[in-house]
Design a protein around this ligand. Sequence first.
Ligand code: ZN
Length: 452
Amino acid sequence: MNNSLMIKNARFIVTCDDEDNLYENTNILINDGVITYIGKNQYEADETIDASNMIVYPGLINTHHHLYQTFSRNLPQVQGMELFPWLKTLYEIWKNLNEEVVYYSSLTGLGELLKTGCTTCFDHHYVFPNDNGTNLLDSQFEAATLLGIRMHAARGSMDLGIKDGGLPPNSVVQEVEAILKDSEAAIKKHHNPALYSMNQIVLAPCSPFSVSGTLMKESAALARKHCVRLHTHLAETKDEETYTLSTLGLRPLEYMETLGWIGPDVWFAHGIHFNDEELGLLAKTKTGVAHCPISNMKLSSGVARIPEMLSLNIPVGLAVDGSASNDGSNLLEEMRVCYLLHRLQSSQKAPSGYDILKMATNGGARLLGRSDIGSLKLNMAADLFMIDMNKISLVGTQLDPKSLLSTVGYKGNVDYTIVNGRIVVKEGMLTGADEYSVSEAANKAFTKYLAY
Ligand code: ZN
């Protein structure tokens, strides 16, 4: 089926392309989900959007999330905690996860992401309860397909339960063999490596303190056999560093290096406590980092060395992290917080507003290994969002459209989000599902889950 969409006379198009082009009063033609023309000519299309008051941006790419935690936010009992006690308390809730909870928490989190300009989401799911853990990835892809977001899902894992000196309850850890078997099945069922792919799989054991060295090593071997990417949490807290130093005599990154977990197909969530030598190693090996400023601030984990990482050309993307440490799924908010945090921490060396937009677009695409998303140019997937410049909150901001999402910040829902050429948010509302019905059903599922 051939579908065409014309974005007509856009006030600004912030391309985030290699030349950092900014176009004014320009058209974009999309055919079958792909950008086939950017310029002054106008073409007939199946559908046309008048964008004369709009700024068009490339879709944002979220590089670390735990969608199931959308049903663990604003919980009074964990608000004052840091990572290890926070995890121990929450695992008592998370061990009751099931398909319904994963489906509705994914719909809720992905819905908010789309409504705030995100077009691709990587989700790091690693809790697979022994009783209810079989079809959780199917539920995530079902939710993503309904709403129309591009989805990279992790087959995460944990094999070090409390009985083996790990943090999670024994009922949510699995044997290495079962994990690898299910990981391979997930790749076969869901992973599409083709250009413009909507669904991909990543192998993502949870963290050094909930996973054995064997599982890390075997996961890396399996991922490389199938050409899928590798992801885990690393260097998030000083507690983690103390753990690997005392149990293994190695710093976290040194440990990962001994397991083969380094290279351009690997990216780590957080990456806060790296020393200079470790930053050099990441740069040399092109190992990436998903930066989660709100989560890092909320859990008092520290400030990632983003200015140094960017100057060393380490691949860096932006991410919201799970909603238990955010407590939302809004990359636009993440961008502004990121901008302000590094201004406070690094002053003149802080990334500019536009640097942060590029981190959330180009940077994310680099982490996910995608050459077809992250900027607006010919032959890229038509993933973009649009905001109306005539809003009161944007009056007088037009001097620098590249920076404004980080410097001024954009609050509320975007006007349009388009993924793979499909309009998935129109006039601020999801098109794939009725939002009020989703809210009602999701709240019911949430209440049942928390009543355990
Ligand atoms: Zn995380």
